[in-house]
Design a protein around this ligand. Structure first.
Ligand code: NAP
Length: 330
């Protein structure tokens, strides 16, 4: 790996300011939801993190339950961080989350103070870190008072266990309330994490990005390749090593089948634009108002490299954007 040199990041990777905060994030960030669990190839997983960092990508996104089994992605990444990145901790932005089912019993999920703060302690142990840079409420919990969930996020920062807080998948009305409470607590919401791709445009149709932009809150959009569907790999069936082909993969064959027609049409637009579909998808996501970073996954170093190469592609023209809108409207 390269040694610490502030200029190398900007040479290799464009950065964007996260809302009105002081934090810069790489245009492409790497998530460890799949490909980093105990079921995955540890050699490759380690090489992916090292390669990402070498290409100037400084943000790795995790959650308590990533694996499988749940927790194993944090365990494995924690080992790689200790072995390979100990000298680089202050050059990295590491996030984790709590909210989805993680352990048995009444405190293993949702938005209680009990779940969030216990889970963060567990994550820090698995990651072998003193603090995470961003701690998220992973999903809304309508049964827990929102004041309690936001209070737990603020406490995580007061305890020095997180530097910033974020919210994931909150619908706009709840998001607005949560952001207001966090501001009152003196722990402003840094960032929002929604699913967002050409095939999943609800944050746009609900006006979320416009509102975030107005409020100076960043947005890191997850699954910009629609879990791999926006790569063309499924056009001739389901490859056995792909996410839809693997038993532990979250992507279902039926989801792929439902989207095949649109994927084919988008592939033709990408051909015309002279780039592979995955580059078109990433450029599209990065061109949308309010987006700070595109949060990708990669199963191999080659996939990571390919995704990062999308940053060298030109911005999509108005005509291309219009064609995409016609195929996959918001
Ligand atoms: N907040 C939340 O609730 C939430 C939910 C989901 C995800 N996330 C975050 O978002 C991150 C990314 O999600 P994601 O993995 O679904 O993102 P994605 O980038 O849409 O999909 C990644 C997958 O696409 C395939 N792929 C990637 N690059 C490729 C390339 N160049 N050529 C061919 N195939 C390629 C690989 O799957 P194959 O195995 O098929 O090759 C890879 O694992 C997660 O790791 C997590 O950090 C957050």
């Amino acid at each position: 790996m390269h040694s610490a040199d502030p200029d190398r990041y900007l040479d290799r990777m464009p950065y964007r300011r996260c809302g009105h905060s002081g934090l810069l994030l790489p245009e492409i960030s790497l998530g460890c939801w799949h490909n980093f669990g105990h079921v995955d190839d540890q050699h490759e997983a380690r090489a992916i993190l090292r390669r990402a960092f070498d290409r100037g990508l400084t943000h790795f996104d995790l959650a308590n339950n990533y694996g499988p089994p749940p927790g194993s992605a944090e365990e494995n990444v924690g080992r790689f961080l200790a072995e390979d990145f100990a000298a680089h901790r202050d050059e990295l932005v590491i996030s984790s989350k709590a909210g989805h089912l993680m352990w048995q019993g009444p405190y293993g999920e949702f938005g209680s103070r009990k779940h969030l703060l216990s889970s963060l302690d567990q994550s820090l142990k698995r990651l072998r870190l003193d603090y995470v840079d961003i701690f998220y409420s992973h999903c809304p919990d309508p049964k827990t008072p929102i004041e309690e969930t936001m209070g737990a996020l603020a406490t995580a920062v007061q305890q020095g266990k997180a530097l910033y807080v974020g919210l994931s998948k909150y619908p706009l009305k709840r998001l607005k309330k949560a952001v207001r409470i966090l501001a009152d607590l003196g722990t402003p919401c840094l960032i929002y994490q929604p699913p967002y791709s050409i095939l999943q445009r609800w944050p746009e149709s609900k006006g979320i990005h416009e509102w975030l932009d107005e409020k100076g809150i960043g947005s890191i959009v997850f699954s910009p390749l629609a879990q791999g569907m926006l790569t063309g790999k499924y056009l001739d069936g389901i490859p056995s090593e792909s996410r839809a082909g693997r038993p532990e993969g979250f992507l279902q064959t039926e989801q792929v089948e439902q989207q095949l027609d649109r994927i084919r049409q988008l592939g033709a637009v990408a051909d015309e634009a002279g780039m592979p579909l995955q580059h078109l998808a990433l450029r599209w996501a990065l061109q949308q108002k309010g987006v700070t970073s595109a949060l990708i996954g990669a199963r191999t170093v080659a996939q990571l490299d390919d995704c990062l190469d999308a940053l060298d592609r030109p911005a999509l023209t108005e005509d291309l954007l219009k064609r995409i809108d016609e195929i996959a409207p918001a």
